[in-house]
Design a binder for this molecule. Structure first.
Ligand SMILES: [Zn+2]
Length: 397
């Protein structure tokens, strides 16, 4: 039984209902594909007080370098309105040239194709001239606490070292071959609370309206732009995500207001410098008297969300060119090297080795009727196989 058919691999994985945090049989199924190919498969269970245990998988073939890691996740988001699916979300049914199922593109499809690519590479060339490993978590769509971060730490503590990593998340907006991700913006979230003085709307001099303070502060966060973008990144952007006052009375001046925000920032900044810039803007706005003439500065405090996501850009030309060259050789499209979109587990992997991302077309991810064109599975498998050959060819040259 060979796992060189990505369609069969994906059907097997989709039929495992691995909604985070459930393993759902998906890692067991993956292990059953990898072991016959010669991989040593290990299951690592990560725990955290107050959270469900998460099963993860690490598999490696080869003992020498260079060492190529493929990273991804078998967990999937919930199906949502199951009655709205035209095909069962864990059925892997094929209709109209598409395979339906939760995880079809995000990202059991990417795993299915990479397994098939490795199987074909081994069939054609024997074991890789180096090592290939799978670093697969069951906690990417959830809190991501017991997933890739701990799996990397666990593997590194056992002496595992990698030269490059490919993450198989869906990166293509419209067509297979559109886009490779070579970095990601950083992300920081925070919440400010403005402390005023509650009072009577007819006696405002006795009160200090927190609305005036929160508007002054959020205005300063939204303008002017943080930067104009850089060579590889779009401009940084901050969005105020909520303003909460909760005052039901028209004759009461509210004494407290809060607001939350999130900034996606480029390589003009680090998490630390962008946070310092935010505080500088807030302090300046607090002293500005436009909305509160003659008053003392706005009293506010700020709370940062835990764990900012750091910005990164991969500059490893050998990795990028073996992947983009493979994409172009197979699809005829020169993929855009992009840093757009949300964060991914690549932000953790970049601390261990250069990382790029390429997978399926992402249009239906997380949606009802998530599905993948069956033809794309074969194409992605050929791209991955070409990439593997090129990367090892280049790496040992
Ligand atoms: Zn994903």
């Amino acid at each position: 039984m060979t796992s060189s058919d990505p369609i069969a691999n994906l059907a097997t994985l989709i039929r495992c209902p691995s909604v985070t945090p459930a393993e759902g049989g998906a890692l067991t199924a993956l292990a059953a594909m990898l072991e016959p190919l010669g991989f040593t498969v290990e299951r690592m269970i990560a725990s955290e007080p107050g959270m469900p245990d998460i099963e993860n998988l690490y598999a490696r073939i080869g003992t020498e370098g260079p060492h190529l890691m493929f990273a991804g996740h078998t967990d999937v988001v919930p199906v949502g309105d199951e009655a709205a699916w035209t095909h069962a979300p864990f059925g892997a049914e094929i209709a109209g040239g598409e395979m339906f199922g939760r995880g079809a593109v995000d990202m059991k499809g990417g795993i299915a194709c990479f397994v098939a690519a490795v199987a074909r590479h081994i069939e054609r060339h024997g074991p890789p001239k180096g090592s290939i490993s799978f670093l697969i978590t069951g906690d990417e769509e959830g809190p991501a606490v017991n997933g890739t971060v701990k799996l990397l730490e666990w593997a590194a503590a056992r002496g595992e070292r990698w030269d490059a990593c490919l993450v198989g998340e869906p990166t293509n907006p419209d067509r297979l071959g559109d886009m490779i991700k070579i970095g990601r913006r950083g992300s920081v979230s925070g919440a400010i609370t403005v402390h005023g003085v509650q009072g009577h709307a007819a006696y405002p001099h006795l009160a200090d309206n927190a609305v005036r303070g929160v508007i002054a502060l959020t205005d300063a966060l939204m303008h002017p732009p943080f930067d104009a973008g850089t060579e590889n990144f779009q401009p940084s952007n901050l969005e105020v995500t909520t303003i909460d006052i909760g005052n039901p009375a028209t004759n009461v001046v509210p004494g407290k207001a809060s607001a939350s925000f999130n900034i996606r920032f480029n390589d003009t900044w680090t998490a630390e410098t962008v946070m310092a810039e935010i505080v500088r803007r807030l302090d300046a706005a607090a002293r500005d008297g436009k909305l509160r003439p003659g008053r003392a500065p706005v009293r506010y405090d700020i709370k940062w969300a835990e764990r900012p996501s750091h910005v990164f850009l991969t500059r490893n030309n050998q990795l990028i060119s073996s992947l983009s060259g493979a994409v172009e050789a197979v699809t005829g499209l020169a993929p855009k090297l992009s840093t757009t979109g949300g964060t991914s587990d690549a932000r953790f992997i970049k601390d261990y080795c250069p990382v790029v991302e390429f997978g399926l077309v992402g249009q239906t991810m997380h949606m009802v009727d998530e599905r993948v064109a069956v033809a794309d599975l074969e194409t992605l498998t050929v791209i991955y196989e070409t990439f593997i050959a090129r990367w090892f060819g280049d790496a040992v040259a």
